[in-house]
Ligand binder design. Structure first.
Ligand code: ADP
Length: 656
């Protein structure tokens, strides 16, 4: 059974192979474009999520961190401070956003700063409480206090020995000390004041002020300035913890005694302000936004062990702090942050900028919004990115399609070539078979036939010779071609007499011409001269052209071989009056294996290599082949060669 591979089958295979390349590429491109669209949706979603994270971080981490004040525990606030900076409220108010603060217990009672005690009531002395003896001693002392007599310790001791009530005893000590201080600069006054300083709280002077404060103040005032600071600090700290109008007045009078006292005045002002804050809060216990001293404040509550601090944060200071946080925040450039306290914007969101995400703080009524700073630029940026990728995908898809068609053309070309090659093989076989068969027939006739006439023998031998030459010509062309394909060609460029070469070749080809009953003539123009060329190659070129002309020329026609010399070139042409070559095939006939017409209808012999060899040999000599032909008008093939003069020219032919 015979099997043939139809070219259409190969084509179908190529189509499917191409589809296997094209289809995934186009599917990928489609999927790429689709996922680009999805990507856009995803990017918007991601931006929303990122904005949400940012808003939550700002509201629930950064703001609480900024508003977490350094406020001491209850136990600490009760301890007297040694310097005003160490005082509990002063410490708490170091935060840039705290204007005031109060500490309350779990029931909401004010723990710090302490509530002031009532105004001390004047408590006049009732001398009726003294015995007669005590009264006498008291009167003696009074005269020393008034300065009538000099104050002295023995008089006091006499009074104390009568064991008077404690208030009288302390007052006597205090007043004697004051009188002694004026007259006696010794240590006696200080010793007395020190004993009064340790008196209980309820022992007051006639004005109602505790005597121990007065003693303490006097003790400090009497010290040299360098030693005053310590005792004065201690007194001030105590006065601050036990506030009253008297304590207030005393603290104010401590100021001039030592420069370090100024801090205490400030601390006292802070305490007054905090008590004011407490009073305002008491009216609006659950409010967070409170007008305090004419300014809007936020009440920030911070629990501590056993109670809670309530800090007054002015909205102005809060806004400044929020701006600082906003500036320090690490976030994508496209995002902006807006903060509002209730309905009041602190960091406002510009109009027309959509909010992407919101979050609220837990402890305060602050709402944080993250918005797009420049929605137009954001959209444009996204769009540019999408377009860039879409263009890339489009280009890739186009490249695949173009590649497919390029491959398709290359495949078609290869297919044509392979068809031509197989035609070539059949042509060569045919070219070889016909002469061999006729040679064999003639040889058999000569061997076995009746005794042939001498004339017949000669004719047979001439035919055999012609067929053998024809065979050699075909084989020569095939070998030439194969040498060229394998790059094994060799040329010998030397001085060549082209005119003689043409004549010799024409003479050789006349034999074929006679066979086909065409005649060959030579036309020469210009002055023939030797040139540098490969003579054998030029002869092969000419043989092919003349052979073609003879093959196609009608019977009894003339084939003309022309040779023209001019200044710079040689034109070598062969002209016949054959069928000519259609215009659209004039280029193609120079391709290897190409033959005009279908393989079956072809009348002439040949394998389609002749003209490709002619073209190649012309190019090897730096020349080219032109064709001038009209259908039915014959053809002229002209080989233009550059004129390369031989260095040792033969003697010029003498004019006849
Ligand atoms: P072939 O061996 O077939 O002659 P060639 O390469 O020499 O191969 O020529 C290619 C084709 O060009 C030929 O098949 C023929 O059809 C056409 N051709 C060549 N020379 C002539 C001519 N002088 N007149 C008409 N057709 C020609």
């Amino acid at each position: 059974m015979r099997h043939r591979t139809a070219p259409t089958g190969r084509r179908a295979r190529f189509f499917w192979q191409g589809a296997l390349i094209l289809l995934p590429a186009l599917v990928l491109a489609g999927a790429g474009l689709y996922s680009l669209r999805q990507d856009d949706v995803l990017a918007r979603h991601e931006a929303g999520e990122q904005a949400q994270q940012l808003a939550t971080a700002f509201a629930q981490r950064l703001i609480p961190q900024a508003l977490r004040f350094e406020l001491p525990e209850e136990a600490v606030v009760q301890r007297p401070a040694t310097v005003p900076e160490d005082e509990a409220l002063q410490r708490g108010l170091r935060s840039p956003v705290a204007a005031s603060a109060i500490l309350t217990d779990t029931e909401g009672r004010l723990l710090y700063p302490p509530a002031p005690s009532a105004l001390p009531r004047p408590a006049p002395l009732d001398e009726g409480e003294l015995t007669t003896g005590q009264q006498d001693a008291w009167l003696t002392l009074e005269t020393t206090w008034r300065g009538h007599t000099r104050a002295n310790r023995p008089d006091l001791d006499v009074f104390l020995a009568t064991e008077p009530p404690e208030r009288f005893a302390m007052l006597a000590r205090f007043r004697t000390a004051m009188a002694l201080a004026k007259t006696d600069p010794g240590p006696a006054a200080a010793t007395l004041l020190r004993s009064v300083r340790d008196a209980p709280e309820n022992i007051t002077g006639e004005s109602g002020v505790p005597l121990r404060w007065l003693a303490e103040w006097q003790l400090a005032a009497q010290l040299p300035e360098a030693e005053r600071a310590g005792p004065l600090q201690a007194l001030a700290a105590r006065l601050l913890l036990e506030p009253s109008p008297m304590a207030h007045a005393l603290l104010t009078r401590l100021g001039p005694l030592h420069p370090s006292m100024r801090g205490w005045e400030r601390a006292q002002a802070d305490h007054d302000k905090a008590r004011e804050w407490a009073a305002v809060l008491a009216n609006e216990p659950s409010q967070t936004m409170i007008v305090f001293r004419g300014q809007p404040h936020m009440a920030v509550r911070q629990p501590v062990h056993g109670g809670q601090w309530t800090v007054a944060v002015p909205l102005e200071a809060l806004t400044r702090e929020l701006q600082r946080l906003d500036n320090a925040l690490v976030r994508p450039a496209a995002f902006g942050v807006a903060v509002a306290a209730g309905s009041q914007p602190l960091l406002p969101r510009p109009e027309g900028h959509p909010s992407l995400a919101q979050a609220t703080t837990d402890a305060f009524p602050l709402t944080v919004e993250v918005f797009l700073r420049d929605p137009v630029a954001f959209a444009a940026q996204r769009q540019a990115k999408t377009l860039r990728f879409a263009a890339l995908i489009g280009l890739a898809a186009i490249a695949v399609v173009v590649g497919y068609f390029a491959a398709w053309r290359a495949f078609r070309h290869q297919q044509q070539l392979s068809e031509m090659k197989s035609n070539f093989v059949s042509s060569v076989s045919h070219e070889l078979r016909a002469p061999i068969a006729s040679v064999r027939l003639m040889a058999e006739e000569l061997e076995h036939g009746a005794a042939p006439s001498t004339e017949k023998v000669r004719q047979y031998l001439r035919f055999i010779g012609q067929e053998c030459r024809r065979l050699s010509a075909v084989i020569e062309n095939v070998l030439d071609f194969s040498r060229r394909e394998q790059g094994r060609e060799q040329f010998d460029f030397e001085a060549t007499d082209v005119a003689a070469l043409v004549e010799e070749t024409v003479a050789l080809m006349r034999t074929y011409g006679a066979d086909r009953r065409t005649s060959l003539t030579i036309v020469t123009r210009g002055t023939p001269m030797p040139v540098v060329a490969d003579g054998r190659a030029l002869q092969r070129l000419l043989v092919n052209l003349i052979d073609n002309a003879q093959k196609h020329a009608p019977e009894d026609s003339v084939v003309t071989v022309g040779l023209e010399f001019d200044e710079s070139r040689i034109a070598l042409w062969v002209e016949d009056h054959g069928p000519g070559i259609p215009k659209d095939e004039q280029e193609l006939i120079f391709e290897r294996f190409y033959r005009v017409g279908s393989e079956l209808r072809r009348q002439t012999q040949g394998v389609g290599l002749g003209l490709s060899i002619v073209k190649h040999l012309a190019e090897v000599h730096g020349g080219r082949v032109r064709i001038r032909s009209e259908a039915g008008q014959g053809s002229r093939f002209t080989v233009d060669l550059p004129l390369v003069r031989a260095p040792h020219p033969h003697p010029e032919p003498q004019p006849a």
